[in-house]
Design a protein around this ligand. Sequence first.
Ligand code: NDP
Ligand code: OXD
Length: 307
Amino acid sequence: MALLFLSTPNRAPVWRAILSEAGETMFEGEEAVTDPALVTEIACWVPPKDLGRYPNLRAVISVGAGVDHLPPMPPGVALSRTLAPGIEAMVRDWVVMATLLLHRDLPLYIDQARQGLWRPHPVQPATARWVGILGMGRIGRLAAHSLQALGFDVAGLSRSGGGRDAEPGSVPVFAEGDVEAFLARSDLLVCLLPLTSETRGVLGAGTFAALPAGAGLIHAGRGGHLDMPALREALDTGRLSGAVLDVTDPEPLPADHWLWRDPRVIVTPHVAAQTDPAEGARHALAVIRALRLGIAVPGLVDQQKGY
Ligand code: NDP
Ligand code: OXD
């Protein structure tokens, strides 16, 4: 029984140390596999071309929080996404940063600064802004409460929503059926959805039209959520005033893409979070142990729902 590690090479020594201390075997790279029948788990971002090569495979573990980059699993193979407080805190930090950037008109001031323009604009308090968080999962909830603590008037939307979340200072969570009401109270819309067949393209003309005029977009979900022509149109008509994007389609974003040069947009290269190797390895170890004990697999993905 062994784990096949297919992630960034500089993370491998940390994984090897943690797994070997726990008495587990790890192959680093497919070429290191002495016998494919030994491989019971694969930890990867980019999966092997042929999962069928591993007859005793029990689980594929995404080294990130998302799984949309992985193919459908063969029957009997569990799919787990890495659950790591570090990932969640990093994305929360990025969302707070991006929300404050738009709230305090930073794209405008950066553009003015490039032109040497000292030109103040009215400042609004955080309490005067509605923030709407699409996706109130592990990361959405964390971001919601941090933004609420800064004074923003926060609400979320989830598939199962309706009511308020259970954390102290609870945040209202709208259900899918109430999306129009949710969007109408989102001056700043944050996307923290998983990419599924239902959520692909959700950041499009219909959504932008339902937001208050001049709303801002903060996007750390996946590039496939965003309809780029619709974003451009919404910025050009003033429907949206700005956007901060950590994810694009394609990634990397080509150097000549209009987004890089649009002063209303700030792009970061998918760095809202990077999985800490020790946290990733500990998650993989928890998956291996759960499979062995026949108990609930941490981070188990519902492959029907796609997250
Ligand atoms: P979770 O699975 O914990 O939460 C997903 C949330 O989305 C849930 O609240 C779920 O609803 C909701 N949801 C799913 N489908 C729909 C839908 N059709 N309509 C409305 N709500 C829906 O995921 P995480 O919070 O851990 O992560 C979310 C995503 O963030 C990841 O999938 C990934 O794409 C992205 N991410 C990006 C990173 C980056 O570096 N940019 C880093 C890490 C994650 P319900 O609660 O009812 O199930
Ligand atoms: C993730 C990511 O899913 O990096 O963890 O986007």
